[in-house]
Every structure is written in structure tokens, then in C-alpha cells.
Design a binder for this molecule. Structure first.
Ligand code: ZN
Length: 441
């Protein structure tokens, strides 16, 4: 009874650990047996007299060091733990909200015998007394992640986000959906009322608690009456990519260079000496040396969102390829016919000509690549394969197509739930659909 009263005074937090947390002496009758996720339980090889556990969370404005000190852990012990933990995690970087458990040899908290910190949804740090009862040992404890398939469907009324919200889909999952079809649909601009979508996704769990989304296995999006299907498939030894049911990749490649026979004269750099401004500044692109008048090619299909003189950039073209990627072409001597704000360009189309307009020391093209509005080094970028499914893998792929399409929720259900419709449901079998590849070239 004394034990129980003193335990009640300790900080008890029911949350992540609620199911494995057992404040009583594990040797006591009726205590739950130590499971795989209860590393604090007594180990057979190393008998301890009793274990008393307190559980805490790092509060805002405090630190793990202060919290441990406050709980009565000796500062020199804390420093030893910090050192032991270094190979696994930097304790000073642990953020508020992280939970930890301390075990003690008595309810009066005389001697601490272990420290366990849950620093990630699926991992914790465990520091225990070594066999010699003097030193401390640190190890990482992994919690098994299980995945469950979930399906969702929605119909767009005012926006894609709203259609997701209605059916309980969070922003991160709808972002992943938009990424699957990023090359087919510009979700920032092309979403129409009446668009509909459905998907099957893995949800990841640790100890029956959802910790986030895994991969979208299959998704369909009908944009302005046109249906797109993406099936996740890992080709031999490659990163998984999304394919149309005919095996064409949903990804599009960029040309390796915007100039046919240019050479790189200056690479991407976070700091380089600017020859005109005479100071160190980032070089947010790649320079290609080429004679004035050399044609400059759009590295991908897209829409021109800028084609005009732009201060130090000189004559410049900027192309938006999809909701994620844009490219810019600077210091041009002139624009190709038809290149103006809003015009559509195909991959490899001439958009302008090499020049030396703006802040430029000589004829060259400055080529910039943006990912979500941030400068990226186009030379260093690696994309998953844009190649179609190889013929040797086609059989496996077709099996995946058949089995994953079957997991999708019924369109009719989506319509009934979100917005009743009178029109008939279009066939969704891949056989009835036109070749998606043909529609995008
Ligand atoms: Zn440059």
C-alpha cells in the first residue's frame, strides 16, 4: 500500500506506453508478464530485487537534463548517460513531448537502475546498469511496425483538400496522392469541381497506434473527365515508381541539358565569387558556355510562366513543369517565336537563344532548377526511373495491377457518400482506358 501511494505521487502519463506500462513490481502476483515491448522488465540473466518505474514527458521549456535532475538522478549519472547515448541519439536534441521511464530500486527512488527514452515512434533508447553493476550500457530498442491497408475516396466540390478532409484524409496523404500524379495533373491549377479520386494506402502502426502513412499502393484520379491510374511497382533492384496499367511510367524525364552541345562553365554552388558583383554569393544554377544565338531547349513539357527582361537575369524564361518542378533560363539574347507568358512548351522545344543580357560577363546560359520553389542542383538530382516496366517484369506487374486495383473502393460508394450523382459510372477497367502515355506527349 505504501508503494502504491508513493507511486501515485509520481508523474504518470498515459499515452504511447499506456499498454506496456506497469507501475507495480513485475514480480508481484497478477502483474502482466513482460512482453517484447517491455524492455524494462527484469531480465532473467540479471536478477534484480525489485523495480519501481516512473514515467514522464519532457515539458516545454525544460530539457532532458533538467527533467532527470528534477527527478533525482545524479548529475554525473546524467552526463554518463549522455555520453553512452551518443552512438544512438544526441540527448540534448530530444524535443519536448518525448517520453521517458526511469526504474528505481525502491519506491523512495534511492538508486536509479535504468532509463528508457522513446525518441521515435518506433524506437527507444535503453540505458541500463551493466552486469558489473557499475557501468551503464546503452542500446536501441526497435518496436515492430505493422502495416494495414486503408482505402479512401472523395469527390471534389470546392477543392482537393476539402474533398480529403470530408473523408478524414490528412494533408500528408493528399500530398502523397498529388505526387503520384504530379506529371499528369497540376494540382495547384487544374483541379475541377466533380473530379474524383480513390486510393489504397498502407497505414503504419506501432503497438496498435497509428504512426503515419506508408506507401500509396494504387490510386486513381479523374481530372475533368479524364481518368489516371497509378500503380506502385518496384522494378528489379530499383526504387518503386508509379505506372499506368499499361506499364508506362507516370514520371517524365528532364533533358540532361538545356543546350545540345554546351559545356558547363560554372556549377551549382552555395557560395562562389561573383565576377561582376565582386563578392561571394550562392550560384543557384549551372552555367553553360555557348555562342550567342545557340538554341536553348525546354528540359521538360510545361507552361511558360515568365518570358521577359528581368533585371540582372536579363532576358529570362521560366517554365512550370508541374506542381513541383520549374526551370529558368537566363541571360538570353532573345525569345523563340510564340514563347510568352502562358504558352505551352514541349520537352526539347526551343524557348530562346543564348545571350549575355543582364549581369553577365560573356555569352552563356544560366540554367536554374526549382523543386517546390527551392533552387536545386540539376546535375545532382536523381529521379526514380521514368522507363516503362521492363518486358521481363511485365507478368509480375500485371499481377500487381490486377490485385491492387481490386483493393480500391467502389466509385459509386464515393459518389453516394460525398455528393449524390445521377450520371452513370464510367468503366474503370484498364482495358477500357486509352493509353495514358499517348495523351501526354
Ligand atoms: Zn550562372
Amino acid at each position: 500500500m505504501v508503494k502504491l501511494r508513493s507511486l501515485a505521487l509520481m508523474t504518470l502519463i498515459s499515452s504511447v506506453w499506456a499498454c506496456s506500462f506497469n507501475p507495480s513490481n513485475p514480480s508481484q502476483k497478477g502483474a502482466s508478464p513482460p512482453g517484447p515491448n517491455t524492455p524494462l522488465a527484469q531480465s532473467e540473466s540479471e536478477p534484480r530485487p525489485s523495480v519501481f518505474i516512473t514515467q514522464h514527458a519532457i515539458v516545454q521549456g525544460s530539457s532532458i537534463y533538467n527533467m532527470l535532475k528534477q527527478e533525482g538522478v545524479n548529475p554525473s549519472t546524467i552526463l554518463e548517460w549522455v555520453n553512452k547515448a551518443k552512438a544512438i541519439i544526441q540527448l540534448k536534441e530530444v524535443t519536448p513531448g518525448a517520453q521517458f521511464k526511469l526504474s528505481w530500486d525502491s519506491p523512495e527512488k534511492k538508486n536509479v537502475t535504468s532509463f528508457e527514452l522513446r525518441y521515435a515512434a518506433d524506437a527507444s533508447l535503453l540505458i541500463e546498469k551493466a552486469a558489473n553493476q557499475q557501468d551503464w550500457t546503452a542500446k536501441k530498442v526497435n518496436f515492430p511496425i505493422t502495416t494495414v491497408q486503408k482505402t479512401f475516396h472523395g469527390v471534389v466540390d470546392s477543392s482537393l483538400w476539402e474533398s480529403a478532409e470530408i473523408v478524414g484524409v490528412d494533408a500528408s496523404l493528399i500530398t502523397n496522392l498529388a505526387e503520384v500524379f504530379a506529371w499528369q495533373i497540376d494540382f495547384n491549377r487544374a483541379v475541377k469541381r466533380g473530379d474524383r479520386w480513390r486510393l489504397t494506402v498502407e497505414q503504419r502502426y506501432v503497438e496498435d497506434k497509428p504512426i503515419g502513412w506508408g506507401n500509396i499502393l494504387v490510386a486513381e484520379y479523374e481530372n475533368d473527365g479524364q481518368m489516371f491510374t497509378g500503380i506502385r511497382f518496384p522494378q528489379n533492384g530499383e526504387q518503386a515508381s508509379y505506372y499506368a496499367p499499361n506499364g508506362q511510367s507516370l514520371r517524365r524525364m528532364f533533358l540532361k541539358s538545356p543546350i545540345k552541345f554546351g559545356r558547363i562553365t560554372s556549377g551549382f554552388s552555395t557560395s562562389r565569387f561573383h565576377p561582376i558583383l565582386r563578392e561571394n554569393r550562392p550560384h543557384n544554377g549551372v552555367d553553360y558556355g555557348a555562342p550567342i544565338g545557340t538554341p536553348v531547349l525546354a528540359v521538360g513539357r510545361g507552361q511558360v510562366e515568365f518570358a521577359a527582361y528581368n533585371g540582372g537575369s536579363g532576358k529570362m524564361v521560366r517554365i512550370r513543369h508541374n506542381g513541383i518542378y520549374s526551370t529558368a533560363y537566363l541571360h538570353l539574347s532573345g525569345f523563340a517565336p510564340g514563347i510568352r507568358h502562358g504558352s505551352q512548351v514541349e520537352q526539347g522545344q526551343v524557348v530562346g537563344y543564348v545571350g549575355t543580357t543582364g549581369l553577365s560577363t560573356g555569352p552563356h546560359l544560366h540554367f536554374a532548377f526549382f523543386e517546390n520553389g527551392v533552387y536545386r542542383d540539376p546535375i545532382g538530382l536523381r529521379f526514380p526511373s521514368a522507363d516503362p516496366v521492363a518486358s521481363g517484369e511485365m507478368q509480375d506487374f500485371q499481377k500487381t495491377v490486377a490485385s491492387t486495383l481490386r483493393t480500391l473502393p467502389d466509385w459509386q460508394m464515393a459518389n453516394n457518400q460525398d455528393k449524390p450523382r445521377q450520371d452513370s459510372v464510367k468503366p474503370t477497367s484498364p482495358i477500357d482506358r486509352p493509353n495514358q502515355e499517348a495523351l501526354f506527349h
